[in-house]
Design a protein around this ligand. Sequence first.
Ligand code: 1HN
Length: 348
Amino acid sequence: MTQARQNTVSNSRADFYERIGQRSMTPLWEVMRGLVTPEPASPCAPNLWRYDDIRPFIMEAGGLITAKEAERRVLILENPGMPGQSRITRSLYAGMQLILPGEVAPSHRHMQTALRFVIEGSGAYTAVDGEKTIMRPGDFVITPQWCWHDHGNDSDAPMVWLDGLDIPLVQFLDASFAEHFEADEQPLTRPEGDSLARFGAGLLPVDQEAGALSSPVFNYPYARTREALETMRRSDEWDPCHGLKMKYVNPVTGGFAMPTMATFMQLMPKGFTGAPYRSTDGMVYVCVEGTGETVINGETFAWGPRDTFVVPSWAGHHHRVTSDDAVLFSFSDRVVQEKLGLWREKRG
Ligand code: 1HN
């Protein structure tokens, strides 16, 4: 094509785009490559939040606003690749929540499912659907969708936990509902520990049917998880990429513990260097024990206890342990992707 001919073509196309734009249409051929990419192309950036760096700000927030006034006093961990979007990966939200001794975060419920992963402090509680559970470091606690939940701290120290919610997913589907309970705290109708005894002891009520989408076990205590990992390590072969990695499950269905967020705990031994790995679910990790580093797309992120880091979808990465055993908690949208036939992984 001559230069003159090319100019005529692009002028008439531009004119065409302008005219169809007025009718709320746009040509696929100009955008198709960005819509249907040969591989995941996420705006999510790898990042690490060192707890020692962010803790002073979390505590400072404690002097600026009460849990009651804030409703939830949380500093959002916002992905630097998606500023202003209140998300840590494209589909998931994460934040650090502070509750001070004597405070109550008032009861409400919403369509979003939440997980809590306890970072600091011991002895604060969350009440979910009429049952209270005391939370300790490393505990993984679930708030299923549309369940009343409030938090309180009867201990004498601040408590901080990581919140993970499916907020961006629910937002994408325009399916958010929320309401406040008439009082700050919901009435308790079941004794503490009831759910774990009833559903988390290798037993189920004889007529139990799959009902709710989230696990009826709403606190998976770290002490039990850690002990299980320690026992398994004696016989298990280490997975070349993950070490010894377990998923949290709903004992009624055998599936992941929540419908929208998959959760995991993994043990990697002293001296472990993982093989390269990638998967389509962006992963949020919290270090529970030990130190190590994760190389993500060639960039090294060194972590220790209470640090949080994010690995984007399809980013090549591997872990390396630099201490004795290391233990990592993680969560992602893998459960959603599996249901939709989208999840893929690649080793090496
Ligand atoms: C929420 O209900 C909690 O219950 C934490 O602790 C964080 C972020 C957005 C919307 C609701 C909680 C939240 C949230």
